[in-house]
Design a binder for this molecule. Structure first.
Ligand code: HEC
Length: 316
């Protein structure tokens, strides 16, 4: 009897897990062509890409997303986008100072007459937040507060590849069609025009996907498209809806280093920048880790020989 109960409980668990999976079926995030330079045992961040990524964050994302765990000084620390060996202390780095001073922040300490003023940020300040609090953030974004991006690559399955895929995965402008329904204009995504690479969407989903006002479709977003899908419900498109409009269109930023600002390039750079922000000590950790492994290897050999020597006259 007991065995039977355990069996049915296990079966119910499996069914639940399977249905949860079906609802949240989004396309699998993928890395940019050529992969990420910071992966693997010795992989490191590409500094030029981190610099461009900061530019994208500053010029595009920072109008909606905070990065509360970051201070401007972090940008100039070893492994960071603007690290310069000439300035081991990033607070002295003139470039970091200039980047900080581009942001007006509300001073966290009162002035002489007890009022809080706006002033240019210093390297010691946290990144400027776009909204004073989460309710203001919600109110400005159709009810969905843009999440803080400090550790977003750690908070989402797929990490940097997810951010890259999400930002570059919105349907192209020619995939949208408008129809009059009961006197109102409704926008649909024509799934046959979605394009993209791989995933289960392309093979099946062909019909129209209805967009609710203020919502955008993305095949990499977790969610359920069934209620909005006009085609065969067994083959509903992957992904879900979110309140973030597509952000990257070709030439949205003008890179200071002259790199052509394609959608993929910007998504690549900002995703790498966010991966660095989530783990700014990665460079140090990897070089230390390697040294420790070499040390432990040598120690093992040494210990083996001393063990042999110490016990050489003992029968065992
Ligand atoms: C106009 C405001 C706005 C801008 C600009 C913007 N976002 Fe968003 N973003 C949002 C909102 C709103 C959400 C929450 C969407 C939701 O949950 O429906 C969001 C969500 C996200 C998410 C989380 C998606 C998830 O899995 O929950 C990521 C990652 C993200 N944005 C990255 C970026 C990056 C990177 C940029 C800059 C290239 C950027 N955003 C620019 C408004 C914005």
């Amino acid at each position: 009897m007991k065995a039977f109960r355990i069996f049915t409980a296990g079966l119910a668990g499996l069914v639940l897990a399977a249905s949860a999976h079906a609802a949240g079926d989004a396309k699998h995030p993928h890395a940019p062509e050529g992969g990420w330079p910071f992966e693997g045992v010795t992989g490191q961040f590409d500094q030029a890409s981190l610099q461009r990524g900061y530019q994208v964050y500053k010029e595009v994302c920072s109008s909606c997303h905070s990065m509360k765990l970051m201070s401007y000084r972090n940008l100039g620390e070893p492994g960071g986008p603007f690290y310069d060996p000439e300035y081991p202390n990033p607070n002295d780095n003139p470039y970091v100072k200039a980047l900080a001073a581009q942001n007006e922040i509300l001073s966290p300490t009162p002035n002489d007459i007890g009022e809080f003023d706006y002033r240019p940020a210093t390297p010691a300040d946290r990144f400027r937040s776009p909204y004073p609090n989460v309710n203001a953030a919600r109110a400005a974004n159709n009810g969905a507060a843009p999440p803080d991006l400090s550790v977003i690559t750690k908070a989402r399955h797929g990490g940097a590849s997810y951010v890259y895929s999400l930002l570059s995965g919105y349907p192209a402008p020619d995939a949208f069609v408008e129809r009059e329904v009961d006197g109102e204009t409704v926008t649909y995504v024509d799934m046959s025009k979605l394009g993209g690479h791989g995933g289960h969407g392309e093979e099946h989903a062909e019909g129209l996907l209805r967009l609710n006002p203020g919502q955008y479709y993305n095949p990499y977003m977790a969610g359920d498209t069934t209620p909005n899908y006009l085609g065969d419900p067994r083959h509903n498109p992957p992904g879900g809806f979110l309140a973030m409009p597509p952000q990257l269109i070709e030439g949205r930023v003008e890179y200071t280093d002259g790199t052509p600002a394609t959608v993929e390039q910007m998504a690549h750079d900002v995703a790498q920048f966010l991966a660095w922000a989530g783990e700014p000590k990665q460079t140090k950790r990897k070089s230390l880790g390697l040294a420790v492994m070499v040390y432990l290897g040598l120690l093992t050999i040494l210990l083996w020989f001393s063990y042999k020597r110490i016990w050489r006259n003992v029968e065992h």
